[in-house]
Design a protein around this ligand. Structure first.
Ligand code: SF4
Length: 251
């Protein structure tokens, strides 16, 4: 990454309200520092894997502060057709956070995540699984948000640039809540947090990590609404059971 690119990236984070960054040295290539460069020597090419700059939540960050920083956000083109920004909802001290892709029509109209048909299915699945497993928590005890906060036109998949820009708010939300586990609903959420293009079918059932927080990946409930996906529904119940026992089982 060139100094100019680093400067641009820092300005970008500052614009998002992020005032502190740290360098993930574990991810840095384990090579010796380059020798001093003589004047007029052509600059060496940047390394193939530059040290990633990872934004941290500003000290004392809260969901309210993040929402204030979002404001009437126009940082990406998803602002053009949205009616309402869908920030997230639930318990700000949740031990489990669900992350979906982006708001749909109902969410865009109400300003709340997962309130349409897919959201109702998710609520049913959460509440019924908890009750069957003899646990007292319900959807309201958890937190639910999306990778992008504005509805993509025609419910298309968010573009990488939109995910990168809005994803910074998601990362801050997760850092502010610091849940015991995160459940990614669908491939877009998995891509945003785990930087993978692997499909849900292959990822589900295993544990991953976002920073130091355990992550599980399962199907997006809108996928489960399709009548020919009954097998996936059964697998999603299994995934929920697994994450619920991990988070709430050993209280
Ligand atoms: S999707 Fe996110 S970054 Fe884009 S306008 Fe909406 S709130 Fe801003």
């Amino acid at each position: 990454m060139t100094p100019q690119e680093i400067r641009n990236r820092l300005e970008f984070f500052r614009d998002l309200g992020i005032r502190e960054l740290w360098v993930d040295r574990a991810a840095a290539p384990a090579s010796a520092p380059p020798p001093p460069v003589a004047e007029h020597t052509p600059m060496p090419k940047p390394p193939a894997n530059p040290i990633p700059l990872i934004p941290l939540a500003p000290e004392g960050d809260t969901l309210a502060a993040i929402q204030a920083d979002i404001g009437d956000c126009r940082r990406c083109k998803l602002c053009e057709q949205r009616n309402r920004i869908v920030f997230g909802s639930g318990n700000p001290e949740a031990r489990l956070v669900f992350v979906g892709e982006g708001p749909g029509a109902d969410e865009d109209a109400q300003g709340l995540p997962f309130v349409g048909r897919a959201g109702q299915l998710l609520t049913q699945m959460i509440d019924n699984t908890m009750s069957k497993e003899g646990m007292t928590e319900r959807r309201a005890d958890m937190y639910i948000c999306n990778v992008v906060k504005c509805r993509p036109p025609e419910n298309r998949t968010p573009e990488p640039e939109e995910m990168e820009i809005c994803g910074q708010f998601l990362y801050r939300q997760l850092m502010a809540i610091r849940p015991k586990a995160i459940c990614c609903l669908g491939a877009t959420a998995a891509k945003a947090l785990l930087n993978t293009g692997v499909g849900v079918m292959k990822m589900r059932g295993n544990w991953y990590k976002w920073r130091d927080i355990p992550v599980i990946v399962t199907y997006h409930p809108s996928y489960l609404l399709r009548p020919y996906n009954q097998n996936a529904k059964r697998e999603a119940w299994e995934d929920l059971k697994k994450v619920f026992h991990f988070v709430y089982g050993g209280k």
